[in-house]
Design a protein around this ligand. Structure first.
Ligand SMILES: [Zn+2]
Ligand SMILES: [Zn+2]
Length: 429
């Protein structure tokens, strides 16, 4: 009896299964990130998959597309409003305050590698569940911390051998200079209202800076002549911005200044940056980040300046594939395959396989009652280095045949000591 095809349950729209090859790539990215990030002094943090909804509405901004249209918000059985995390900065900041991490020596440097959730229209490069890795460095207002975070992002891409990453840097100003600039921008936008799409008309009311997020080409054209934040920075913001640029040059990070770079969260202050890949299509941003000096105090913590970034894992994998330079998936190779000739030895093969695995070797055994020939083929396919053949005559003498599958060399070994012997050959024990 087969279930009707149309009744079959599939993975929810916008999600995907990470089958072993892709899952292995993600795992390697995770490991590599751990290596590079820990050289820079960042430690891993894991926060809950869902949070109090207010955490995100407050930090990302009520007016943002994420909060208005894209959050997975639900009421739990206790009537609480919860939201699957759409990003990780707010949860990290919450944890920082909740556990009083600010009492440690500053800056506190954290990184994460987690799945995120946004109700987006599924399209190339956009998913409803996606993975991000990122860092948050909390505790210093110095431009050197911005430069460190940006350099870390660039170095991580370098470690992956992604060469086509373009670093763009901008500044959002601060509470000192941004309000003034926002009024100037609003005035300009109102004058040119007809040149903008209806969405931008909405944005204009909530938060005029969001107009820069619009992907509409007419809007982008109309924005070319708009006043830019970068030209209205106060002296302190200007000095900070110049300081970041100077340090990046010192350490050989190539970047361009993007006066239109306004990232989609309300909480950014001063530095913003984005890394794009020339290898990807419309969704070309690998990730980005910026400084958020007010977020910790907005949540009721002690004022703590901070800076961070996030990179999209799916985008990184797409960029790697496009550049065809790093193969993160390695073909599976095993140490030993146990070949059973006579069915009565299957239990012994099972036992021996477990024994080998406990020593630290990867061992496989047939579970499908395959013929000897098919078992040999499978051993080859799995890239086994050795075959242990449990032949009836040898087994009667308490022996197995150990065959080196690359040289074809073989010799009998005692069943009782063959695991130890292989362990020694492979450098275990
Ligand atoms: Zn628009
Ligand atoms: Zn300023």
């Amino acid at each position: 009896m087969s279930a009707k095809k149309e009744n079959r349950i599939r993975a929810p729209r916008g999600t995907s299964d990470y089958l072993p090859d892709r899952a292995a790539s993600i795992h390697r990215l995770d490991r590599l990130a751990g290596e590079v990030f820990s050289n820079y002094g960042y430690q891993r943090i894991i926060t809950p998959t869902f949070e109090d909804t207010a955490l995100f509405t407050r930090s990302i901004g009520e007016a943002s597309d994420i909060v208005r249209k894209e959050m997975y918000t639900f009421e739990d059985r206790g009537g609480r409003s919860l939201t699957l995390r759409p990003e990780a900065t707010a949860p990290v900041v919450r944890a920082f305050i909740e556990h009083n991490l600010g009492s440690q020596s500053l800056p506190v440097k954290l990184y994460y590698f987690s799945n995120m959730f946004r109700y987006e229209r599924p399209q190339a490069g956009r998913f409803r569940e996606f993975w991000q890795l990122g860092v948050e460095a909390l505790g210093s207002p110095e431009p050197s911390l911005d430069a460190e975070v940006i350099t870390l992002a660039a170095d991580f891409l370098r470690a992956l051998d992604i060469r086509e990453g373009l670093m763009k840097i901008g500044s959002m100003g601060d509470e000192n200079c941004r309000p003034q600039y926002t009024l100037i921008l609003q005035k300009y936008l109102e004058e040119k209202r007809d040149s903008f799409c209806p969405d931008c008309g909405e944005r204009l009311k909530f938060n005029p800076l969001r107009v820069f997020d619009c992907k509409n080409s007419e809007c982008q054209k109309a924005l070319a002549d708009a006043p830019k934040m970068i030209d209205y920075l106060c002296d302190e913001c200007r000095d900070h911005f110049d300081g970041v640029g100077r340090l990046l040059k010192e350490v050989g990070i190539e970047f361009s200044i993007d006066p239109m770079l306004v990232r989609g969260f309300d909480y950014y202050t001063r530095t913003t940056f984005e890394i794009q890949s020339s290898q990807l299509g419309a969704q070309n941003a690998l990730g980005g980040g910026g400084r958020y000096d007010r977020l910790v105090s907005d949540y009721g913590g002690k004022p703590t300046p901070a800076v961070g970034f996030a990179l999209g894992i799916e985008r990184l994998l797409a960029a790697l594939k496009a550049e065809e330079n790093v193969d993160l998936s390695t073909p599976r190779k095993i140490d030993v395959f146990l070949i059973v000739i006579d069915n009565e030895h299957r239990d012994q093969a099972f036992k021996l396989a477990i024994e080998l695995r406990r020593i630290g070797l990867s061992a496989e055994v047939d579970y499908m009652n395959r013929s000897t020939r098919s078992q040999m083929k499978l051993a080859d396919k799995m890239g086994a280095e050795y075959a242990l053949i449990l032949g009836p005559d040898e087994m009667a003498r308490g022996e197995v045949v150990m065959r080196n599958l690359s040289t074809g060399e073989e010799r009998p070994e005692k069943l009782s000591s063959v695991a130890d012997k292989l362990g020694k050959i492979k450098g275990f024990e």
